[in-house]
Structure formats: C-alpha cells, structure tokens
Write a protein that binds this ligand. Structure first.
Ligand code: TXA
Ligand code: MG
Length: 361
C-alpha cells in the first residue's frame, strides 16, 4: 500500500516533480491563488499536453511562472519601469503581468500573441518546485488545473476530482497503476489555496499607447496597483489581449447557478420548494431559518478575502449535492468585492431565466 499524501509536499516529492517536468511531463502544483497544471514553458510539446489535458482551445495563452529573483528579461522585452515597480511591490504574490514576449520564448505559451503573462507565486511549494526545476532558471507554463470552463481547484483533491485520479495516483511515477488522466503524472500537495481566486492580471505590454489595463480582477486591487505606479489600470478595451478567464461563461459548476439579493430570497425559495426543486444555497448573511430549509447550504464569511477563499470549494460542494439549482446570495458590490463578483458573474452566465423555467414546470 502506498502512503496517504502528506498535507504539504516534501523535498523528495518536489525533486521528483521537477524531474517529471524536465522530461516534458505535467505536474499539478499548489499556488496561493488556485492549483496550476504545470509544464516546461520552453518545451512546446509539453505545453501542448496542457491544452490536451484541459481540453482548452489552442488560442488561449497560458501564464509562465518564475522562481523569486528569476531573470524576467530572459522571457520578455521592453519591460517598462512601471512593470518593474509592480514586480518589486507584489512578487512573489497573486499578480500576473502581461509583457512583450522575448523572441526566444516559444509561440505555444502565448498562443501566437506577441505578449506573455508572467507571474511569481508565493506558495512555498510552488517556490520550492520552481527553484528545483532547471535549477531555478526555468519557467513553468501553468493554467489553473481544471478542465476548460470548470471551477478552478483550490485543493489537491479538487485537481484529482477534475482529472479522475485516485489519491494513490500521486505515487504512480512508473505508470503501473496509471490514472485515467494519463497526461498528468503528479499532484503536489499544498493545502487549501490561501487567496482562492485566480491572480489579478494587468496588461503592461501596451503601456505607452493604452496605459495599464486590468484584464482580470483579483486579490490585488486596481487601487493597490495605482498606489505603486501612479496610474489606475483601466477596464479592457476591444484591442486588449485575450484572456480565457475573461470569457463570459467560465468557473461554472454543472448545476445551474444563479444570484439573488437577500430580500427576494425567502419568497423565491418557498416557491421553488413548492415545485419540488432541490435548492443549494451559498450565502454570507442569510438567516439560519432560511438555510435550514434548503436542500444544502454553505455560508461564507462576509468579508471579500474570506469569501474568495471559500468560494470555489463552496461551488464544488454544492454541485455535488444533487440540487437542481445553486442559489447565491448576491455579495456586496463595492470595489473590494470586484474579484468575487467577476467570478460569480461568469459562473451564472447562461443560467438567466433558470428560476422562471423551474417555476413553470
Ligand atoms: O492565479 C493564477 O493566475 C493561476 C495560477 C495557477 O497561477 N493561473 C491561471 O491560469 O489562472 P489560467 O490559464 O487559468 O488563466 C490565465 C489567464 C487566461 O485568461 C489567459 O487567457 C490569460 O491569463 N493570459 C495568459 N497569457 C496572456 C497574454 N499573453 N495575454 C493576455 N492574456 C493572457
Ligand atoms: Mg483557468
């Protein structure tokens, strides 16, 4: 029998994972935002395996992850001073910068765009892996370790669930009991991701003409960025580089998800119950009497960081309850909640009118 996985990967597991990556394999690893599905960014065949494993369209670029202190200029050109200031202020941490791609970097990582997304994660296991991989000089291309369009994983178990792996598959280096996701050799353990939603993405590749542009809101806010560089990142324009996390439908469980303000909750819930609909609730301020009446519920903290930390696990848990609908109490709308509202908006996309149609049945 193989040992159960440790809560956090040890040095031996990290060294093995680095070796798998150096040989062109795929390894899922924890970061402070969500778990990533990593491959050698300088090996186009390895990067192609990421797209295959995720079922991700080929025109969606992936982010390159670097160890702290790695040489940004190896990967990029024309890095503006403002971008270096952001690196100084926020790396290692949940900020991805879009910069001009160096000609030596394969097309595959940026899906043919002339830019590349760069990030230095702060999770200790991610840092240890990046330091072990190619002696700290490599880059790991890593999208979130979920099937395309699904909710991002914030635990190693979420990754195994996404790719149909058993816990013991972690040790299946020689493939004697290869997991159904034959492409994914290893999942490194690192506990629950502290931030819980993906990194903030700022486009700095067109600074001279467009200024900084916020492609994806996250834990690091536009205001925090403005405090460092004296320019507030703008909302994306038509010509902004593409980002798949910015598709209208993304981060979506299988069960339809919809949002409802607290004041309409009780009446709608009893109408749904009267129709025999099983409803799973995600709230932050709902009264206990209401949550107790639901098929299942998950209450999240009423602060944006705590809510973000629990959001994806809550969506996954409620998706497994057999409910016909996941009803989310609309979170506050102020700036600090931008990242949370952005992800929820994409989870509910396509579910408009679902309550009305359930009530008509
Ligand atoms: O927190 C994160 O960023 C996580 C962890 C694993 O680091 N990664 C992540 O990767 O969320 P992914 O691939 O799921 O989302 C990355 C987003 C995508 O929307 C992608 O289109 C965008 O970044 N992106 C990557 N490179 C880009 C580029 N050169 N130009 C514009 N967008 C880019
Ligand atoms: Mg993703």
């Amino acid at each position: 029998m193989k040992q159960p996985s440790a809560t956090v990967a040890d040095q031996a597991a990290i060294a093995e994972a680095a070796a798998i990556l150096e040989q062109g394999g795929l390894v899922a690893f924890p970061t402070e935002t969500v778990y990533g599905l990593g491959a050698d960014a300088e090996n186009p065949a390895a990067v192609a395996r990421i797209y295959e494993a995720k079922g991700r369209p080929h025109d969606h670029p992936v982010i390159v992850h670097l160890a702290p202190g790695a040489d940004l200029d190896y990967w990029t050109t024309d890095v503006p001073d403002a971008a270096r200031q952001l690196v100084q202020a926020f790396w290692p941490g949940p900020l991805t910068l879009i910069l001009k791609r160096h000609p030596r970097i394969p097309d595959a990582v940026s899906a043919g765009q002339d830019s590349v997304g760069m990030r230095c994660p702060s999770h200790p296991v991610a840092i240890a892996l990046l330091q072990a991989f190619k002696g700290g000089k490599g880059g790991l291309a890593a999208p979130s370790a979920n099937k395309f369009g699904n909710v991002s994983p914030t635990t190693a178990q979420h990754v195994r669930d996404e790719f149909g792996m058993d816990a013991h598959d972690d040790g299946a280096l020689n493939g004697d009991d290869a997991c159904s996701a034959a492409e994914l050799s290893r999942v490194l353990e690192g506990g629950s991701s502290e931030v819980g939603i993906e990194s903030t993405i700022v486009d700095m590749s067109r600074l001279a003409t467009h200024g900084p542009v916020l492609l994806r809101p996250g834990h690091i806010s536009a205001q925090q960025i403005a405090e460092v560089i004296g320019m507030l990142p703008a909302a994306p324009d038509q010509a902004a580089p593409r980002a798949s996390g910015t598709l209208e439908s993304h981060y979506a469980p299988r069960t339809p998800v919809t949002m409802l303000a607290a004041d309409g909750f009780a009446a709608t819930l009893s109408q749904l119950h009267a129709k025999g609909v099983k409803v799973a609730l995600i709230g932050h301020d709902l009264p206990a009497a209401l949550t107790a009446s639901a098929h299942a519920h998950c209450m999240l903290p009423a602060d944006p960081a705590g809510y973000a930390y629990g959001l994806y696990a809550a969506l996954r848990d409620m998706d497994q309850t057999g409910a016909g609908l996941i009803l989310v109490e609309t979170p506050p709308q102020d700036g600090a909640w931008l990242g949370v509202n952005d992800r929820l908006r994409r989870s509910v996309f396509g579910s408009a009118g679902v309550i009305a149609s359930l009530l008509q049945k």
